[in-house]
Ligand binder design. Structure first.
Ligand SMILES: Nc1nc2c(ncn2[C@@H]2O[C@H](COP(=O)(O)OP(=O)(O)OP(=O)(O)O)[C@@H](O)[C@H]2O)c(=O)[nH]1
Ligand SMILES: [Mg+2]
Length: 279
């Protein structure tokens, strides 16, 4: 379990023979460069900020009502010799949402190029939460599921077969009770393995695109790439356009799509120059 006594870096500790590199060092905002960016996504009120605080030592606002986090917050931790920037996102039910705070989360997941996306899932409301999980699995393979509120699930007599869930989704599932620090050490280890490519995912993907639709998606993706070079997830953008998503159509016609992707990148670079700040 990760406790407040997780050792701080000290020369004596690191030269001691019992020292093991694989331990967590909470960096707060004290970080000027990082090896990996990890996004924390999930439905509102599923414990994202609780996980964020436990791993970074910061104090993002948490509370028992949805929509507490309204903007992104960034902090860091070090584990097994690598530095991670963790980005706490507002809760979102869907990548298709048009609500402003949900858009912040959506834009970062889609265009922020995180190395790993951790999705916190409420173990007592699995079905509702899986909607977002399946949408995110359509756009990135580098996903770790944090199956949170396991204490609540137990209290309600619910048994969740997390191994089966991991098999069905094709990504690792780590059961946690973040409020009590339960499962977080395995979560960090799994994030590290995913970031370094030691775990290869085979995510569940929608298989039933008709040949015509498939062709249209490929053609449109290429056109989007030509107009907005470097924009990730053009397949997703193409699918949304074909589905008549007005918000995405507007982002294309007004050039915002390019700004969106560059903006997130510029900002990350600016933060890298300045040193990380909580936002
Ligand atoms: N019982 C229990 N409560 C938890 C657990 N993790 C988080 N909570 C509580 O759930 C509430 C919501 O937690 P937050 O971390 O603020 O959730 P969030 O996902 O960041 O919420 P938004 O920012 O609104 O999306 C808080 O009261 C937490 O203390 C857990 O594992 N078990
Ligand atoms: Mg939050």
């Amino acid at each position: 379990m990760i406790s407040e006594k997780t050792p701080a870096s000290s020369a004596a500790c690191e030269t001691c023979p019992v020292h093991h590199a694989a331990y967590l060092l909470k960096l707060g905002v004290e970080m000027d460069e990082w090896d990996f960016v990890v996004a924390l996504a999930g439905n509102p009120n599923t414990g994202k900020s609780t996980v964020f605080n436990a791993l970074t030592g910061l104090r993002q606002h948490t509370g028992n009502w949805p929509g507490k986090t309204v903007t992104r917050a960034e902090g860091g931790f070090k584990y097994d010799g690598q530095t991670y920037k963790l980005v706490d996102l507002p809760g979102t039910y869907s990548l298709l949402s048009t609500a402003l705070d949900e858009e912040i989360a959506r834009d970062f997941i889609l265009f922020g190029r995180p190395d790993v996306t951790v999705i916190t899932v409420d173990a007592t409301r699995l079905e509702r939460n899986l909607n977002l999980v399946l949408q995110i699995l359509e756009i990135t393979e580098r996903v770790v599921i944090c199956l949170n509120l396991m204490d609540e699930a137990r209290r309600h007599g619910l048994q969740v077969d997390h191994r089966r869930l991991a098999r069905d989704l094709g990504v690792p599932v780590v059961p946690t009770a973040a409020r009590y620090g339960e499962g977080l050490d395995l979560l960090v280890q799994t994030i590290a393995e995913m970031a370094s490519g030691r775990i290869a995912n085979k995510p569940h993907r929608i298989q039933h695109l008709s040949p015509d639709l498939q062709q249209a998606v490929i053609k449109l993706s290429k056109q989007i790439e030509m107009v907005f070079p470097g924009v990730p997830n053009t397949r997703w953008v193409a699918l949304r356009l074909l589905d008549g998503d007005e918000r995405i159509a507007q982002a294309i016609t007004e050039g915002e799509l390019g700004d969106l992707s560059n903006g997130i990148q510029d900002r990350s670079e600016r933060i890298r120059d300045l040193g990380v700040e909580a936002v």
